[in-house]
Design a protein around this ligand. Structure first.
Ligand code: ASP
Length: 570
């Protein structure tokens, strides 16, 4: 009689003396004298199965290939093996499906990423990947539970939509019905969630899929998931409260870690000044200090310093210089005793003449001891939210092993500048997005001194990584037009792109604000993974391809013609 799979229990529910049915994958099959051992894996874990000589069909066991699917019936016994407390003496065995020889090894680290992605259905069988999927599920559940309890509604918004203003490139979908016209996949549900506020939904959240046609990095995918939130009648504190409580709930439910709320807040200006970063890692010190005393000697402006009370090797200093240069510094100046040298990524450091008076002035202002090493760089130029020395500080922390595992430091960074100068376009662009409300007291500078305008935007930072950000929005059509003017978005363009939102604002838009957190990044941080690909079931590779499905793929000329984007094939 066939084994009754309805009676199946998991490998983690074994009780000695019971007859049980198990089913899963044959992770390993071994023979020891007259005994055969099978390690059976199901989603919950592993179990050791034993076939003794009473089990007549050893031939059947010999035919089991690795990763074949089995069902067994047997008796649970206490085991003497080191790895298993119990084992199951097989009385019945069925091979439900025999696996071919595997195209990749399932041991951790055994296969290249390309192979892992090509055979993702096998890769996900690995314990680490399975645990990542379980963690992701727990995190999403904790989020949903929290927002549900707080009276938020989860509302789905369309994926086939129109361009949204997050500043990335859109994915376009040609319309078959209206030839020559295109939909866009949303870069975020931003406009929809604001419309939901106008519609009176008051408290919205969504585990939302977003699409941005950007180059891939370890923490970027063209398709990713956000926790998206919007609240009516809200100020910053209300957004902070629900966000940090939901994050603390995730830590509690998924990690058994207690996060103290309310979280600390730091203005953008202070974050840049003390940490050289708009996402400061506050797990360690080594803060940046002004070092103007050295400026005449090195002929650079806005020089800052980090005082290091530990030894660094020449290789370390070259690595720090490379970091500084990547973030636009000319080089890294290093003061050892009375010797000032400039280090570059490559080559020998060169010495710079400096008077002993300037050196003692510098040391005094930095409260540095004679034996301390001083790292200096100009902070005049920088890229991607981090100054050269801000990034040197991060590399230094790795070199000096300053970061202890299991420490979670969250904070809000607030009052970001409203606009950023985009040299390539020779215009101001919105630092967050054009719906962000400027600080009301700064509206008067919008035309003349946009660099002075701060916004009501905020970011949530976890261990030096931006978890997400949001803002209090503009809810009045007049102020919105002023911001479009400052951004040099013409009336016609604004009307074509966001006319429907501006129009909606005329019919009773409540004050509102919200936030979005990058869920993949959040899961990756909690899982201790460097790449978000490790916490997504089916990610794309670095070339934005899926090697398993072979997407993107070519399509026939006929299909293109039908969509109105190619001529009729001859
Ligand atoms: N829509 C924004 C983003 O995706 C977040 C927000 O402002 O709520 O970054």
């Amino acid at each position: 009689m066939a084994i009754n799979l309805n009676k199946r229990i998991s490998t983690q529910e074994l009780k000695s003396g019971k007859t049980v049915v198990l089913a899963g994958w044959a992770q390993d099959v071994k023979f020891l004298g007259k005994l055969a051992f099978i390690i059976l894996r199901d989603r919950e874990g592993l179990a050791q199965l034993v076939a003794t000589k009473e089990f007549k069909d050893l031939k059947k066991i010999k035919s089991i290939s690795r990763e074949s699917v089995l069902a067994i019936e047997g008796e649970v016994k206490d085991s003497k093996s080191r790895a298993f407390k119990k084992e199951i003496k097989i009385t019945k065995l069925e091979v439900l499906n025999k696996a071919n020889p595997l195209p990749m090894e399932l041991a951790e680290g055994a296969a290249e990423e390309e192979t892992r992605l090509k055979y993702r259905f096998l890769d996900l069988r690995k314990l680490r990947m399975k645990n990542n999927m379980i963690l992701r599920h727990k995190i999403i559940k904790a989020i949903r539970d929290y927002f549900d309890k707080q009276g938020f509604l989860e509302i789905e918004t369309p994926c086939i939509a129109k361009s949204t203003p997050e500043g990335a490139r859109d994915f376009l979908i040609p319309s078959r019905v209206q030839k020559g016209k295109f939909y866009a996949l949303p870069q975020s549900p931003q406009i929809f969630k604001q419309l939901l506020m106008v519609a009176g939904m008051e408290k919205y959240f969504q585990i939302a899929r977003c699409f941005r046609d950007e180059d891939m990095r370890s923490d970027r995918q063209i398709e990713f998931t956000q926790l998206d939130v919007e609240l009516s009648f809200a100020d910053e504190e209300m957004v902070y409260k629900c966000t940090e409580e939901s994050v603390a709930n995730v830590f509690k439910e998924a990690m058994d870690v207690k996060i103290k709320t309310p979280l600390p807040q730091m203005k953008y200006e202070e974050a840049m000044r003390r940490f050289g970063s708009d996402k400061p890692d506050i797990r360690f010190g080594y803060e940046l200090q002004p070092a103007s005393a050295i400026e005449p000697a090195i002929k650079e402006k806005r020089v800052k310093a980090i005082v290091v009370d530990k030894q660094l090797s020449e290789a370390d200093l070259h690595e720090l210089a490379a970091t500084a240069q990547t973030y636009k510094a000319k080089g890294l100046y290093v003061l050892k005793g009375s010797k000032l040298q400039v280090y570059k990524r490559l080559g020998k450091p060169s010495e710079i003449k400096v008077s002993s008076a300037s050196i003692s002035k510098l040391r005094k202002s930095l409260k540095a001891k004679e034996k301390d090493l001083i790292l200096l760089a100009s902070e005049e130029e920088y890229s991607r939210g981090s100054t050269p020395l801000g990034q040197v500080r991060i590399t230094l922390a790795k070199q000096l092993k300053l970061i202890k595992p299991g420490v979670w430091k969250l904070l809000w960074v607030t009052e970001f500048p409203m606009f950023e100068w985009k040299e390539e376009e020779k215009r101001w662009v919105a630092s967050h997005h054009p719906f962000t409300q400027p600080n009301p007291e700064h509206v008067k500078y919008m035309k003349t001194m946009p660099e002075k305008v701060l916004s009501r935007a905020y970011d949530l930072v976890l261990n030096g990584t931006e978890l997400g950000g949001g803002s209090i929005r503009i809810h009045n059509a007049e102020l919105q037009s002023k911001v479009f003017d400052a951004l040099k978005i013409s009336k016609k363009d604004a009307e074509r792109k966001f006319g429907f939102l501006l129009n909606a604002f005329k019919y009773g838009a409540p004050p509102h604000g919200g936030i979005a957190l990058g869920l993949d990044r959040f899961v990756a941080l909690l899982a201790g993974e460097d790449s978000i690909r490790e916490v997504m079931a089916f990610p794309k590779n670095k070339a934005a391809e899926d090697p398993m499905m072979a997407s993107p793929d070519e399509v026939s000329k006929d299909a293109l013609w039908e969509l109105g984007i190619a001529k009729l094939p001859k």
